[in-house]
Design a protein around this ligand. Structure first.
Ligand code: NAG
Ligand code: NAG
Length: 222
């Protein structure tokens, strides 16, 4: 009976969801990808911290502009834990956002992350939409060089370059491994496709339009 009670307590404790990455138990935990291991950890294995070097905490891929020659005229270069293993357990990540004139980072969600965006060059129209509890209200702003905007966690948001020049921004995200749900790509580009009857009813349009949308190439700019 004792054992059973302990198991129930353990089950309850482990079902408490973390709103962000758990706080680290040590200074850092440089991530190691051990593909041969049969064990699964929620995160990454750590390199022995005594073997750490300065380069473990260094990332240089933001030196180079992203290639914006694509359907969206934008490119997001990410520094998440997979690209920057030093972030492991540190609850932070970054992205460099490059925009050609009128380039768009399309409506998307990071369901585990708050995002702060700072504009370095150009002019961006940005926005997010609240949940149903706040009546799906749209908040928008035009940002110039030096301006900062925060996108609350889990809400649909986007950035559009409204200038005739290129634009550059950096984003900070509040987990080591932000996940990206791009609305159009997930709704119309899922594999296999979502049943047309679901989408015609949900979006109140006819099946020709859904078929058309499901046949499009949904470019991923990350
Ligand atoms: C940018 O991407 C386009 C389309 O994929 C490609 O044709 C072009 O060579 C790339 N440019 C550079 C500088 O990599
Ligand atoms: C949302 O809309 C309802 C109905 O119009 C209204 O009563 C409520 O005050 C609104 N809530 C907010 C947060 O705007």
């Amino acid at each position: 009976m004792k054992l059973f009670q302990t198991l129930v307590l353990l089950a309850l404790a482990s079902s408490c969801a973390f709103a962000s990455d758990p706080s680290p138990l040590q200074d850092f935990c440089f991530a190691v990808n051990d593909l041969n291991s049969v064990m699964f950890v929620n995160g990454k294995f750590c390199k022995d911290p005594k073997l750490a070097i300065a380069d473990d905490f260094f990332f240089s891929k933001f030196r180079y502009p992203g290639n914006t020659s694509n359907l969206l005229s934008s490119k997001v270069t990410i520094a998440f834990v997979d690209q920057f293993p030093g972030l492991n357990t540190l609850s932070i990540a970054m992205a460099r956002l490059d925009f050609a004139p009128y380039g768009l980072n399309p409506p998307h969600i990071h369901h585990r992350d708050i995002e702060m965006l700072v504009v370095m060059e150009g002019t961006l129209h940005v926005g997010f939409v609240t949940s149903n509890q706040l009546n799906n209200t749209l908040f928008t702003k035009v940002l110039s060089k030096g301006d900062v905007f925060v996108f609350p966690q889990g809400l649909i948001h986007y950035q559009l370059n409204i200038g005739q020049t290129t634009a550059l921004a950096f984003a900070f995200l509040s987990s080591q491994n932000p996940r990206l749900i791009t609305i159009a790509n997930t709704v119309f580009g899922s594999k296999p496709p979502i049943n047309v009857d679901v989408l015609t009813k949900a979006l109140q349009v006819d099946d020709n339009l859904i078929n058309y949308l499901q046949e499009q190439k949904w470019f991923e700019n990350h």
